[in-house]
Design a protein around this ligand. Structure first.
Ligand SMILES: C[S@@+](CC[C@H](N)C(=O)[O-])C[C@H]1O[C@@H](n2cnc3c(N)ncnc32)[C@H](O)[C@@H]1O
Length: 210
């Protein structure tokens, strides 16, 4: 797999993904906020970018590893997690790496917030299989991917295009999981495209390893 250098250029130049995804916040709240010893619960964040989602999980007391191909993104996450004001039960870990080749560890939950969608069709399947291998038995995966009706993310010209997915592809790549599919949709005025209005639609995937 070849990491698209456009991501490094983006992360070196601006903050992308510094805030947690609202659908992830709801998923974590519904499923895991009742846990007391949260630091015993291991999350892996695939394509963590500047770390908005990993920061949310770590701040809520969970144990988190974030992986991204961009050195600048990981440096930003690392600087945040090692700043003097932080006191961790388990310090978050951030790794420069490829999301189709995961660390040899077993996680309780793996999240993919709009990262795997940017890989080739073949690599999307490899990445989800790698995630299944890196989960404990009955481990969970929460993912967000662009819905085919979204016509791509229609980002600015210097941004990598995301492929949209169909439910048939999700069934193909998630064959090691039982899962439920949901849709979300919102409108945005893209600031870097002169405020052009876009409708963005995603699949949310809540999956349990068989
Ligand atoms: C759309 S951004 C999403 C970032 C983050 N998950 C968020 O919600 O803000 C996609 C991320 O995937 C990373 N990425 C793309 N291909 C990758 C690969 N093969 N291995 C590791 N990271 C990758 C990019 O560097 C980028 O940070």
């Amino acid at each position: 797999m070849i990491f698209d250098p456009a991501w490094e250029a983006i992360h070196a130049d601006r903050h992308w993904g510094s805030w947690p995804d609202e659908d992830l916040v709801r998923f974590v709240g519904r499923n895991y906020f009742r846990f007391h010893a949260r630091h015993h619960f291991d999350f892996l964040d695939l394509g963590c970018g500047a770390g908005g989602n990993a920061r949310f999980l770590a701040t809520e007391g969970f144990s988190v590893t974030g992986i991204d191909g961009s050195k600048s993104a990981i440096e930003r996450c690392f600087n945040w997690s090692t700043s003097k004001s932080k006191r961790w039960m388990v310090a978050p870990q951030f790794l420069v790496g490829d999301i189709t080749k995961l660390p040899p560890r077993e996680f309780d939950c793996i999240i993919d917030i709009c990262s795997i969608q940017h890989l080739s069709r073949d690599d999307r399947k490899i990445a989800v299989e790698a995630a299944a291998d890196a989960l404990k038995p009955k481990g969970r995966m929460f993912a967000k991917m662009l819905h085919f009706a979204s016509h791509g993310d229609l980002g600015a010209p210097d941004e990598p295009k995301a492929a949209t997915v169909t439910s048939a592809e999700i069934h193909r790549i998630y064959s090691a999981f039982d899962f439920a599919l949901f849709n979300t949709q919102y409108q945005r005025a893209h600031p870097r495209l002169g405020g052009v209005k876009q409708t963005i639609k995603h699949y949310l995937i809540e999956a349990v390893k068989r």
